[in-house]
Design a binder for this molecule. Structure first.
Ligand code: GLU
Length: 534
């Protein structure tokens, strides 16, 4: 229970889009697809539960993933042998995968980052290379933040398919502080709509410090992501509700956003914040003097609620899942629940793009080009729209209050991957990688991908393409098949796989050559014996 998945998010619903999708997939007879081969079964046609979970780990599926619940129950019903292992037969596995469409999608490489292991390696490399950034210092305006270990460093990523990466201190809790402001803004938007909310708060970067005693020329806070704006949004949430209900709803949004884990609350941070909140009180009174608030709000309750939002605790693993929900148009990748409307998400991300990183927002938007929000506890959450959510936690802050390693990680990430908002997706820019692209599919169609993979000896890719139904005997315009190429390039593993799975050794290419005749020409006894099925 490390990650706190103790209960499902309340109001758990499968959204309509997902239901339609699921129905269409059920009719698409998955049982005939050779997904089984992806698990490298033993000769007697079984795999162990250990192998099964290793495969899930390779795919980035967390053991605590709530989508695994029914699979874990089915596996528990299998007998444990004397070595303490459960053997899974082909029928059982095919059934398990067919029941969980997310799993077959991942196995077929239909996810947003098909080569997840290479992506994870790059992220690890970025994590390691940014560890030595140990300048800056932790926030010290309250004792609870001052005594946090400055060397903590955790990075977690969650894709829109629910694939997870975690390095370092991702299970260490921290108070959310200003990183809560986008969520408060989203809740206010959901409750009142954009027009009403923006009658009370602007949309422009302030060009001033986040807690500056200043309002725009209409007497409103500049935007929802600085203190004045967040206090304003807090006052708009649950105006008719009792304070306890208001906080409960806020907490529920976090549960829904991360897919089930319950955030905790630091009363000590809250009390410290409250006793040092003179500036926030001053901002609230200033806004009241300017008639910025809606009628009949209770100023002290609104401030209390704002400080409670800041004092809520979460860890980086959970926060990455929250960010992934924002990357996924407001739908949580694990529960498939539509937590916020796509419109709310779009507006929140726009605001994060221009105002999320304190006085570094313009610079961040220029050099990293992704919506993000940071806070004094040393957390930065970043959204790569339609792809993934990222959370970096490292408490050493720079002069403007951003995590030093958080910024370093973000910059390195976009220098390796084409995630900057304005990176071209059509043309390759420098050496930037597009992890969204399937390895060979950008070059040609699936058959050509198979032939390329065979000639390069990429057995995993051959298996994946076979699993999604690509015909192993399909040839290119010269009628050269995967087998012709595997022979020519002496790719033994691929050859073996193709033969075991019925590839034809007698297919003639345009010049009349068959894989077998080519093998004979090469005078390679090993190849000939594989082709003859020995
Ligand atoms: N609780 C802090 C305040 O309102 C938030 C600080 C921050 O993370 O920017 O001053």
């Amino acid at each position: 229970m490390i990650n706190g998945y103790v209960q499902k998010a309340p109001n758990f619903v499968l959204n309509e889009v997902f239901n339609q999708y699921y129905e269409s997939m059920k009719s698409n007879n998955i049982k005939h697809k050779p997904i089984w081969n992806l698990f490298d079964p033993t000769k007697n046609g079984e795999i162990s539960d250990v192998t099964f979970f290793e495969k899930l780990t390779d795919l980035g599926i967390d053991r605590e993933d709530p989508r695994l619940e029914s699979i874990l129950t089915s596996l528990k019903n299998l007998k444990v042998n004397k070595d303490g292992v459960r053997k899974i037969s082909k029928t059982v596995l095919t059934d398990l995968v067919a029941k969980q469409r997310f799993l077959s999608r991942l196995l077929e490489g239909e996810n947003i980052i098909p080569d997840f292991q290479s992506f994870r390696k790059e992220v690890k490399d970025i994590f390691d290379s940014t560890k030595d950034k140990n300048g800056g210092k932790v926030a010290d305006y309250i004792p609870q933040l001052a005594k946090v270990d400055p060397d903590l460093y955790g990075v977690s990523i969650c894709t829109v398919d629910g694939q997870i990466i975690e390095f370092g201190d991702t299970r260490k809790r921290f108070t959310i502080q200003s990183a809560s402001k986008p969520i408060t803004y989203s809740i206010a938007l959901e409750e009142h709509g954009i027009e009403k909310v923006h009658q009370h708060v602007g949309k422009e970067p302030s060009g001033q410090r986040f807690n500056e005693l200043t309002l725009n020329e209409d007497g409103l806070p500049h935007n929802p992501l600085i203190n004045a704006g967040a206090i304003m949004c807090s006052s708009l949430i649950g105006m008719d509700q009792h304070v306890s209900e208001r906080y409960e709803n806020y907490q529920r949004s976090w549960i829904q956003l991360n897919g089930g884990a319950i955030p905790t609350f630091s009363n000590t941070v809250y009390l410290s914040e409250k006793s040092t909140a003179d500036r926030n009180f001053a901002l609230a009174y200033f806004m009241r003097e300017k008639n910025a608030f809606p009628p009949n709000i209770n100023l002290h309750e609104s401030l209390d609620f704002y400080l409670q939002c800041c004092s809520t605790e979460i860890n980086a693993a959970q926060f990455a899942r929250v960010a992934a929900t924002y990357a996924n148009a407001g739908i949580n990748p694990f529960s498939y629940e539509q937590v916020f409307k796509p419109e709310t998400v779009k507006n929140t991300l726009s605001m994060m793009s221009s105002c999320g990183m304190y006085d570094f927002s313009g610079e961040f938007s220029f050099s990293v080009g992704l919506p993000a929000k940071s806070s004094v506890s040393g957390v930065v959450w970043i959204v790569v729209p339609n792809v993934m959510g990222i959370c970096i936690f490292s408490p050493r802050l720079d002069k403007v209050g951003n995590s030093i390693r958080g910024i370093a990680f973000a910059k390195e990430l976009v220098s390796r991957f084409n995630f900057h908002n304005f990176d071209s997706l059509l043309f390759e820019v420098g050496k930037k990688i597009d992890p969204r692209r399937k390895k060979y599919e950008s070059k040609v169609n699936e058959t050509m991908s198979l032939i390329f993979a065979a000639s390069n000896g990429d057995l995993d890719e051959v298996k994946r393409l076979h699993a999604i139904g690509v015909d192993l005997n399909q040839g290119d315009y010269d009628n050269r098949t995967a087998l012709h190429l595997a022979v020519a390039e002496k790719q033994f593993n691929v050859l073996d796989y193709l033969i075991q799975n019925g590839a034809d050794t007698g297919t003639k290419d345009r010049w009349g050559a068959t894989p077998l005749s080519e093998a004979k020409k090469l005078k390679d006894k090993n190849i000939e014996s594989i082709l003859k099925g020995n």
